[in-house]
Design a protein around this ligand. Structure first.
Ligand code: NAD
Ligand code: UD2
Length: 309
């Protein structure tokens, strides 16, 4: 039985990870400021430390006695990075350095698995995007995630802390809040289509994304924790399958048994046309099985919204 620190554990992805860790009998400590996360997301038995990941003393206390850290705390919003550039930087990059520094101060060379993002690639002209594609972030959020990867290399190389960064593509699943202004398209479409409400499609709807189910993200996080590489590692977590926004809307309407009512809106400023990752390297290194098919994942989201689990 191991003890893990999960930063951001009360959030969407973090709470699914906590569930998986608890289900195998591990001890889980969550550090979360509950800014977008919710205490109610946490399974029984998890210890919640209500604190800020950029507060060195809080993090030093939270890392005591852990066997490893899953670092998911972040302000996961490109838009917030525009309106609160320094505030998001403080959490997204400084918070990551604070975690590495806390381990150094505590003399702990335990592994850290952290959330990076497809946002580090910016608008990559060729898909599928492999890990070697140029990192040219177009947002403060993406720049800070790239900064996390650079500091993780330092943590491993200089301080002997094994690190694995996982570049998540578009993650979806139960507990992704459809009411949040920063919510992903799947939670918004599922919520609206299932109650027969119209949806907005930005642009022509032929832009594509790589939608990866939260259960596959959890499998990737757990496998990455076992890796403990001598050199800092970074992998994509994605499916390699493109889905256009219009295709997505069609799938959801079919599953929900609802008619589609689409309003086309102007494309979002700075919209990326195609974002599809190459999963090959991560799948091989982490020993991952085939990812969930979209229709199964969508059904889980619709069930959750209808009040099931
Ligand atoms: P989320 O907002 O649900 O979870 C983030 C958690 O971090 C929340 O519980 C929030 O309260 C907490 N948090 C925020 N600032 C904090 C601070 N200063 N101190 C302590 N806790 C703080 O988002 P999510 O979708 O679960 O994202 C988890 C991680 O995955 C993030 O690092 C995010 O950048 C990354 N990611 C997510 C996606 C996606 O599609 N959801 C894609 C790429 C990367
Ligand atoms: C995702 C991340 C973002 C950043 C970015 C990096 C989410 C929510 N956002 O942005 O934080 O990491 O990837 O590349 O995970 N759309 C509609 N109608 C809607 C909502 C969305 O047409 O009501 C379209 C949108 O224009 C886009 C696609 O759906 O083409 C996906 O939108 P998104 O906000 O879920 O995610 P994305 O890829 O823009």
């Amino acid at each position: 039985m191991s003890t893990w620190l999960v930063t951001g554990g009360a959030g969407f992805i973090g709470s699914h990870l906590c569930e998986a860790l608890c289900a195998r009998g591990d001890t889980v400590r969550v550090l979360d400021d509950l800014s977008t996360g919710h205490r109610a997301n946490l399974p029984d038995g998890v210890t919640l430390v209500h604190g800020d990941v950029a507060d060195p003393d809080a993090v030093l206390e939270a890392v005591q006695g852990v066997d490893g850290c899953f670092h998911l705390a972040a302000i996961a919003s490109v838009e917030r990075g525009i309106t609160d550039w320094f505030g998001t930087h403080r959490t997204n990059l400084s918070g990551t350095i604070v975690l590495f520094e806390a381990l150094r101060r505590a003399g702990l060379q335990v592994p850290v698995v952290y959330a990076s993002s497809a946002a580090v690639y910016g608008d990559c002209p060729t898909v599928p995007i492999s890990e070697d594609a140029p990192r040219q972030p177009l947002s403060a959020y993406g720049a800070d995630k790239l900064g996390c990867e650079l500091h993780a290399r330092v943590a491993t190389h200089v301080h002997g802390i094994p690190t694995v960064g996982l570049r998540f593509f578009n993650v979806y699943g139960p507990r992704q809040d459809p009411r949040s202004p920063y919510s992903g398209v799947i939670s918004i479409f599922c919520e609206r289509i299932s109650r027969g409400a119209p949806i907005d499609v930005f642009g022509d709807g032929r832009q594509t994304r790589d939608f990866v189910y939260v259960g596959d993200i959890v499998a990737g996080l757990l496998a990455a924790m076992r890796l403990r590489p001598a050199e800092a590692a970074v992998f994509n977590l994605c499916t390699g399958r493109p889905t256009s926004v219009l295709e997505l809307a069609g799938h959801i309407a079919a599953l929900a048994g609802s008619a589609l009512d689409v309003t086309h809106r102007p494309p979002r400023a700075g919209e990326i046309r195609h974002s599809v990752g190459s999963p090959a390297r991560g799948r091989a290194a982490l020993g991952l099985v085939d990812p969930a098919v979209l229709s199964d994942g969508l059904r889980n989201v619709l069930d959750w919204m209808a009040g099931g689990r």
